[in-house]
Design a protein around this ligand. Structure first.
Ligand code: ZN
Length: 293
């Protein structure tokens, strides 16, 4: 059976794997995201080692953004002006293709996760949905009319602007491009900078979580009102704090204020805003789905 490769390229780590599908892996490794040369070099080494054992037919990549996702563009598969220091304007997919000699499928990490959730997880049967990850950064992808959202580039849902009451929350925001965009106020990095420790060390009753739920709900309200998703899937390290889900759902309902009279929001919001069905495997599974093309 032909083997596929998957790369979940994140801001802190790259997960690389080889197998027939995400449930049947022959090898997997974790590589720290340091410099492009070091990290991408280690990725190539991993796959070259695997290629000595068996043929790899294609590799799928889901990458943190912004990245070039339009196949016609000369920067297809590149990291563009990412906030990640040192990673701007780096050719990623092209380097994999040249050095490994395989076909490469490429999209954002969140579109990859959305694709996996559509195929195997909590978005099965849906044509319109959003996948949002809230981790070190915030990113969103999803489908409209059954297709992953692309266009000018790809969605950058983490960088939408939301109301920021500086008297209630004097933290100026951590986004190097926009300061207090959603990511600048509500990412894991923003939490750490505002409270002086990582979210994982803040107890569930800490006021950080009510503020976090408020900001995330503002972001979700923008997506609900513009994209009209049938479901919103929220993953990432921050969302692993399970107390957040009920708080975010309650805030979304309160802010929408009965405006959208649909059962999903009025009666069934517990199955409208949900964690990924594939848990933290959605990203890697999505990379495999992209390799299948
Ligand atoms: Zn921003």
């Amino acid at each position: 059976m032909a083997l596929l490769g998957g790369i979940e390229a994140g801001g802190t780590k790259f997960i690389c794997a080889v197998g027939t599908d995400p449930d049947n892996l022959q090898a997997q490794t974790r590589i720290e995201t340091t410099t492009p040369d070091e990290t991408l070099g280690q990725v190539v080494d991993f796959f070259r080692k695997q290629q000595k054992i068996e043929v790899i037919e294609a590799i799928g990549i889901g990458a943190f953004g912004p990245v070039g996702v339009n196949p016609g563009s000369e920067k297809f598969g590149w990291f563009l002006n990412t906030p990640k220091p040192g990673w701007q304007q780096v050719d990623f997919a092209g380097r994999m293709q040249r050095e490994l000699g395989v076909k490469v499928g490429f999209d954002t990490d969140v579109n990859a996760a959305a694709l996996a959730e559509h195929r195997w997880g909590n978005a099965q049967g849906l044509e319109n949905f959003v996948y949002l990850t809230v981790g070190t950064g915030i990113g969103g992808g999803g489908m409209v009319a059954g297709k992953l959202i692309h266009g000018l580039l790809h969605p950058e849902m983490g960088h939408v602007l939301i109301p920021h009451d500086a008297s209630a929350d004097p933290f100026e925001g951590s986004c190097p491009f926009h300061k207090d965009c959603l990511e600048g106020l509500a990412s894991g990095l923003a939490m750490e900078k505002r409270w002086g420790k990582k979210g994982i060390f803040l107890p569930p009753e800490h006021p950080a979580w009510a503020l976090e739920a408020q900001y995330l709900a503002m972001g979700l309200m923008n997506y609900i009102l513009t994209l009209s998703p049938q479901r919103i899937i929220m993953g990432g390290g921050v969302m692993a704090q399970k107390q957040l889900f009920p708080m975010v759902r309650a805030q979304v309902r309160e802010r929408l204020n009965n405006y959208l009279d649909v059962p999903a929001i009025m009666r069934d919001i517990d199955s409208y805003i949900v964690p990924p069905g594939l848990g933290d495997k959605a990203g890697l599974a999505g990379a495999f789905a992209l390799a299948e093309g």
